[in-house]
Design a protein around this ligand. Sequence first.
Ligand SMILES: Nc1ncnc2c1ncn2[C@@H]1O[C@H](COP(=O)(O)OP(=O)(O)O)[C@@H](O)[C@H]1O
Ligand SMILES: [Mg+2]
Length: 265
Amino acid sequence: MSDGPDRIAELEAELEQAREFMFQAAKLAEMGKLVAVVAHELSQPLLGIKAFAQILLRRYDDDAFISPKIRLIVEQAKVMEGILDGLRQYARRQGVDGRGVDPRDPVKAALTLFQDRARKLKISIEYEDPGELGLVQGNLGHLQQVVTNLLGNSLDELESQGGGQVLIRLTAEEDGVLLLMADTGPGVPADLKEKLFEPFFTTKEEGKGTGLGLSICSDILKLYQGNIRLLSDEERQSILGDRYGAAFAVSMKAVKESVDHPDSE
Ligand SMILES: Nc1ncnc2c1ncn2[C@@H]1O[C@H](COP(=O)(O)OP(=O)(O)O)[C@@H](O)[C@H]1O
Ligand SMILES: [Mg+2]
């Protein structure tokens, strides 16, 4: 009989792993639902706030005291709408879009978003426009989440160091585009490298990190046949020298030439 104590211990370990996996999957699924419901519920009263503010604005348009304040209400309501849209997109992750994205666009969007924070933290971001690289599979919102998560992580690490540099580089690969994001932060300790992409894995204090960023990046890229990984120390040094502590590589697949593309003959 092969069912010795070793085999039993092995099965127990497998069961424990499966349990842990189910638990994480259930947490994620629950969270997706919760996010969708909250975003939907909040968008209703928000529509009301915006509509009534716009009515007031029409009435008090010439009132120098009141009208700028109402404009602010309308503006802030629009910002909230944008946030809720983002949440709904996140919850509706299977909404894959096949048209493709210029890979420079999500980078530009993330740079715009983090410019101020980087400047305040004395962090310089090095990025050179690589020129035309063709379109990659994905949609702007999704790829923007990927770049934003990575850049946000780099800034978090550099913030704790009181400043530093980030490098963002886009290069053409045989079947798509490679994005490198590296920073001069402390890097990832060897014993944590395996865990980085697990949902809810974070080394940040409560309230700062959710541990979802990298796992979402990885889920999003899978939707589009891409992937994300942390470069090994050897790879990082051979590609970028020994200036950087951590470097992530994101591979995005090129959009295949399609017959119904308006530009193809
Ligand atoms: N650029 C980086 N340098 C060093 N460690 C990093 C970097 N990016 C991510 N990490 C590590 O990976 C963990 C998980 O990241 P993430 O999934 O984005 O979640 P969060 O940012 O909420 O902690 C971080 O808590 C940090 O320990
Ligand atoms: Mg993060």
